[in-house]
Design a protein around this ligand. Structure first.
Ligand SMILES: Cc1ncc(COP(=O)(O)O)c(C=O)c1O
Length: 360
C-alpha cells in the first residue's frame, strides 16, 4: 500500500488512523455483526454514534446550549437556498461577495428576496478580503452572509464583519474545525464536511435556536425547514448515517490531537512553511494579499501557464496529488487541511525548491 500526499481542496485527506479504524469496523461494528452502513438509523448502536458525534462537536467548538447542531444533506450548496428560505423574514439580506461560493449563495438568495451585495473583492479577482468594518447594511436585512474561508482563492476573514447588530451567517466549509471559533458571534455556521471533517454527503449546520421557526417562506419543502430537522434531532428521515459516523471519528481524533487550539497551532506551522517559501522564491508566487491568507488553501503561480502545467505533472509523478488550481483560476493550489501531515508540506516545499533550481 502506498499513500500519496493529497492536496485536494475537497473531498480531501482524512486522518489515516480514522480510515484504519473504519476499515477494522467495516464488517462487524463493535460486535453488532454488521457494518454501520447496514445499520438502522433508529437502532441503539446508531443512536449512540450520532449522539456522541454531536456531543464531541459541541465540546470541540464550545457550542452554547442555545444552538442546535444539525447533520443534513444536500451539500453546502443546498444551504445557499435553505438559509434564505428559513431566515428571510423581511425578504432582505446583505451578502459579502469574496469568491465564487459567496457569489453562488448571493445569486441563489436573489430567487427568494432582495439580496444586496454590500462588499466585494471581485475587482482584484477575489485576492483579498474587503474592509467590512462599516458597511451599508440595510436596516431591515434579516442577516449578513459571508464565506469565511474562500477555498478557490485562498483568502480568509481574520476579523468578522461588523454586522451592525444583524445576524451573521457563515459558510465555513473549508475552515471547519481548523481553529477555535466563538460560536456566539454567529447566527448560523455551516459547512460541507468533505474538506476537514469527513466524507462528502454530510453538511453540519450550527444554528441559534431563535432562528429556528415555523415562519419559513411559502412553498418551503419539509426537508428544507431547519425546524423539522431540529425537532427530530437530525433523524426526520434517514440521515447520511455512515458519513456522520466518520465525522464522529474525526471529532475524536481532533480531541486526541489537543482540540482546536492545538489544531490551529499545527495549521499555522504548516502554512508558515509554505508561505515563507513562496515569499522567498524567485519562481513561485502566492496570489493572495498577505494579511488575508488562508491557513487551509494556498494558491500560487509561476507566472507561466506552461511551467504551471509542468509543475503539476512532475509533482504528481513525485507523489503530490491534486495541486492544480481551481479550473476557474488556473495555477496551483495546495490545500493543507487538518489531516495533512507536516511532512507533506515540508516535502512539497523541498520538491518546489528543486523544481525552481531546474527551471529557474
Ligand atoms: C466554501 C465552499 N462553500 C460551498 C461549497 C460547495 O459545497 P458542496 O459541493 O458540498 O455543495 C464549497 C465546495 O467546494 C466550498 O469550498
Amino acid at each position: 500500500m502506498s499513500r500519496v500526499y493529497n492536496f485536494s481542496a475537497g473531498p480531501a485527506v482524512l486522518p489515516e488512523e480514522v480510515l484504519k479504524e473504519a476499515a477494522d469496523e467495516m464488517l462487524d461494528y463493535k460486535g453488532s455483526g454488521m457494518s454501520v452502513m447496514e445499520m438502522s438509523h433508529r437502532s441503539k448502536a446508531y443512536d449512540t454514534i450520532i449522539k456522541e458525534a454531536e456531543a464531541d462537536l459541541r465540546e470541540l467548538m464550545n457550542i452554547p446550549d442555545n444552538y442546535k447542531v444539525l447533520f443534513l444533506q444536500g451539500g453546502a450548496s443546498l444551504q445557499f437556498a435553505m438559509i434564505p428560505m428559513n431566515l428571510m423574514k423581511n425578504r432582505k439580506a446583505a451578502y459579502i461577495v469574496t469568491g465564487q461560493w459567496a457569489k453562488k449563495a448571493f445569486q441563489e438568495a436573489k430567487i427568494y428576496g432582495d439580496a444586496v451585495e454590500v462588499a466585494s473583492s471581485a475587482d482584484e479577482t477575489f485576492s483579498y478580503i474587503p474592509d467590512c468594518s462599516d458597511l451599508a447594511i440595510p436596516e431591515d436585512a434579516d442577516y449578513v452572509y459571508i464565506c469565511e474561508n474562500n477555498t478557490i482563492y485562498g483568502t480568509k476573514f481574520k476579523t468578522l464583519p461588523n454586522t451592525k447588530g444583524h445576524t451573521l451567517v457563515a459558510d465555513v466549509s473549508s475552515c471547519f474545525l481548523s481553529e477555535p471559533v466563538d460560536v456566539s458571534q454567529y447566527g448560523v455556521i455551516y459547512g460541507g464536511v468533505q474538506k476537514n471533517i469527513g466524507p462528502a454527503g454530510v453538511v453540519i449546520v450550527i444554528i441559534r435556536e431563535d432562528l429556528i421557526t415555523d415562519d419559513t417562506l411559502p412553498g418551503t419543502p419539509a426537508m428544507l425547514k431547519y425546524k423539522i430537522h431540529a425537532d427530530a434531532q437530525s433523524l426526520y428521515n434517514t440521515p447520511p448515517a455512515y458519513g456522520i459516523y466518520i465525522c464522529g471519528k474525526v471529532f475524536k481524533w481532533i480531541k486526541k490531537m489537543g482540540g482546536l487550539s492545538a489544531m490551529k497551532e499545527y495549521n499555522e506551522k504548516k502554512a508558515e512553511i509554505l508561505y515563507r517559501f513562496l515569499d522567498e522564491s524567485k519562481l513561485f508566487k502566492g496570489t493572495v494579499r498577505k494579511e488575508d491568507r488562508s491557513l487551509m488553501n494556498v494558491p500560487f503561480v509561476t507566472g507561466s501557464e506552461e511551467l504551471d502545467a509542468k509543475f503539476v505533472k512532475e509533482a504528481k509523478e513525485a507523489g503530490f496529488e491534486n495541486l492544480k488550481g481551481h479550473r476557474s483560476v488556473g495555477g496551483m493550489r495546495a490545500s493543507i487541511y487538518n489531516a495533512m501531515p507536516i511532512e507533506g508540506v515540508e516535502k512539497l516545499v523541498a520538491f518546489m525548491r528543486e523544481f525552481e533550481k531546474n527551471n529557474g
